[in-house]
Ligand binder design. Structure first.
Ligand SMILES: C[S@@+](CC[C@H](N)C(=O)[O-])C[C@H]1O[C@@H](n2cnc3c(N)ncnc32)[C@H](O)[C@@H]1O
Length: 211
């Protein structure tokens, strides 16, 4: 998936991944994030989860490649963000929410600030297999020991559909987070779009990880 792929998805409004409301797993399992001050939301799109996290008292730091997504988040919330250049990224910030526009793989702790929890919904599964290990290795370098993480994956027979979203089965998720406590905490049938069309074979799975 090149940047062009995502740019054109956003330009064409092909954003079936956007839920338009806080994610059900996040609402049920927000306690996984504990009293984190700053929650990292990689590949955030314009998710409502940023607003949900801020309303819970966290600072939410999203990272998103496509600037239109950041603009849309704030305009749809009738907020005027402060926009500034930050280390090769463009930061859109208002209240407890910042979206850094740029490539997640180029993020550093200097840029993000002291993140102390992870919320990953449709980030791991947005990436092709070759990038997923690199993605989690980068997360593991950013999150401090003891940080909580809520990770949402999807599972379906990969041959039934081309990703994204990609099917990332439990064994692979556990492999990426090897050495850290990880627990499968919830499951629900996949809803919406191409995944729902696959029927009961498609499910969303939530994991709790401790860095
Ligand atoms: C499947 S969407 C999920 C968005 C969001 N997490 C949600 O739940 O609605 C993946 C998003 O990641 C963005 N993206 C893809 N690769 C990226 C990268 N390397 N760095 C930052 N964002 C990226 C895409 O533009 C897209 O908005």
């Amino acid at each position: 998936m090149t940047p062009d792929f995502w740019e054109s998805r956003w330009r064409a409004g092909q954003i079936g991944f956007h839920e338009g409301a806080p994610n059900a797993f996040l609402q049920s399992h927000a306690a996984v994030l504990g009293a984190a001050r700053q929650v990292l939301v990689p590949l955030c799109g314009k998710t409502e989860d940023l607003a949900f996290l801020a309303a819970r008292g966290h600072t939410a730091v999203g990272v998103e490649l496509v600037e239109d997504a950041a603009r849309a988040f704030f305009s749809e919330h009738a907020l005027t963000p402060a926009v500034s250049a930050r280390g090769g990224f463009t930061a859109y910030a208002h209240g407890g929410i910042t979206i850094l526009v740029g490539d997640f793989f180029a993020t550093t702790l200097d840029l993000l600030g002291p993140v102390d929890a992870l919320y990953d919904r449709a980030a791991l599964i947005a990436l092709p297999e070759a990038l997923r290990a690199r993605y989690v290795a980068h997360l593991r370098a950013l999150l401090p020991r003891g940080a909580g993480g809520l990770v949402v994956s999807v599972e379906y027979p990969q041959e039934a559909m081309a990703g994204p979203p990609f099917s990332v089965p439990e064994a692979e998720v556990r492999g990426h987070y090897a050495g850290l406590p990880i627990e499968r905490i919830d499951r629900r049938p996949a809803e919406g779009g191409r995944l729902a069309a696959l029927g009961p074979a498609a499910a969303e799975i939530a994991y709790r990880v401790q860095f």
